[in-house]
Write a protein that binds this ligand. Sequence first.
Ligand code: TMP
Ligand code: ASP
Length: 230
Amino acid sequence: MVYEGKTKIVRIVGDHALIEFKDDITAGDGLKHDVILNKGSICAEITAILMNFLSEKGIKTHLVEFLPPNILKTVPLKMFPLEVVVRLKKAGSFVKRYGGVEGEELPFPLVEFFIKDDERHDPMVCFDHLEILGISTKKQAEEMKEISIKATLVLKEFFEKGDFELWDIKYEFGLSKDGQIILGDEISPDTFRLRKKGEIFDKDVYRRNLGDPMKKYEEVLELCRSLSSQ
Ligand code: TMP
Ligand code: ASP
């Protein structure tokens, strides 16, 4: 069984799902698209380091093993078609929707749920929508929210050791065979906003045409390698 998305290919092999990270980078629900050498291997390794760190802190992830250069061996999950965004600072679609200034601190971690549906531009939903649409129960949504906040605070602290600020981050979850909610997908500069003294170290470099995104992604990889070995 094979599933191919915009940036990954998933193959079920025996008891595992092998997730291959492609060199593709997209924005605007796939409208902007490029292929950048080594992007897949960089995002795969960053994901592996951060998911290892999260599991050390008691947060269950799908990661079993990093198979260099660009494959993660994972526990197969039945994915919820959801993006769970946690925001610590205002940016991106928050500012577009509600106003305010990029980088302004939020009083507490804000959690937003979006349905993965490019054609409808990933509509934002509340727990009632999730239950009515049969996507998840309210109890499952509560659990995803709780895990997302916990993971974000762990990662915020991780990056703070390198003087980097985590502004926001997106998670995806699935159910394992035994019915547990597990953090899946990836955690990389594609899926978080990371800043240091106003400098951008995430996909906003690409979204806003601010130069070569891979220079920044490589720096994030080096940072993750050095912080995880401390
Ligand atoms: P947003 O401000 O565009 O809603 O993005 C919030 C965070 O979620 C940001 O770190 C980027 C990440 N994200 C994804 O990983 N995938 C997506 O499709 C979108 C829209 C955002
Ligand atoms: N819309 C998403 C982003 O900008 C990803 C994509 O469209 O492929 O992060």
